[in-house]
Ligand binder design. Structure first.
Ligand SMILES: N[C@@H](CCC(=O)N[C@@H](CS)C(=O)NCC(=O)O)C(=O)O
Length: 208
């Protein structure tokens, strides 16, 4: 059983998407991050960076004591290694997937997060910041669109942890001032992923 410390945010969804796809048993522990639950000592012992998601694997493959992890990319990589799913064993496919996972973790997530912050949540509106992160968001969608013109999924022909990391951020495209009509290959990929049964289940659990 995997304990998942979670809120229904893009980074939280990544973990439930993976777990629903692979059928690994898990228990959700919802944290109200708007009320500061991420700063409670019991959570900080698992996730010292005070952010969801985090997991505790109660049956790690080495047979040792429960193992905790934070950072959604590290968690996806761990779970892919644990299950042998959603990350190819072929050298080139594996590293292409990791390259796009790191692209999501270092670019597509943080830049879109700043876009959300300055355009939706900042108490003062700073046109420079809004414009900077909207421009960077559009550039990143352009990079993704080009990759998906040539590939069914982000890292090639197989659905992988690169798609799982990226899709939940694309769900909020309207908030990011993005029209998917301008990125037809992202739109095609988005429509396909949205109807995967595991994705539908993860979204039902998020809203349940
Ligand atoms: N790089 C981290 C980012 C996690 C993150 O930003 N989590 C947000 C919700 S999506 C959070 O817990 N925020 C609470 C806080 O910053 O106090 C990851 O991918 O796991």
């Amino acid at each position: 059983m995997i304990d998942v410390y979670y809120a229904p945010t893009p980074n939280g969804h990544k973990i439930t998407l993976f777990l629903e796809e692979t059928g690994l048993p898990y228990q959700l522990h919802r944290l109200d991050i708007s009320a500061g639950a991420q700063f409670k000592p019991a959570f900080l012992a698992i996730a010292p960076n005070n952010k969801i998601p985090a997991i505790v694997d109660n049956q790690p493959a080495d047979g040792g004591v429960p193992f905790s992890l934070f950072e959604s990319g590290a968690i996806l990589l761990y779970l892919a290694d644990k299950t042998g799913q959603l990350l190819s064993h072929d050298l080139r496919e594996r590293h292409t997937t990791l390259q796009w996972l790191f692209w999501q973790m270092a670019g597509f997530g943080p830049m879109l997060g700043q876009n959300h912050h300055f355009s939706q949540y900042a108490p003062e509106k700073f046109p420079y910041a809004i414009n900077r992160y909207r421009t960077e968001t559009a550039r990143l969608y352009g990079v993704l669109d080009k990759q998906l013109q040539e590939n069914r999924y982000i890292a090639g022909e197989q659905y992988s942890i690169a798609d799982i990391a990226t899709y939940p951020w694309a769900v909020s495209h309207e908030k990011q001032n993005i029209s998917l009509a301008d990125y037809p290959s992202v739109q095609r990929w988005f429509n396909e992923i949205q109807t995967r049964p595991a994705v539908e289940r993860a979204w039902r659990r998020a809203n349940g």
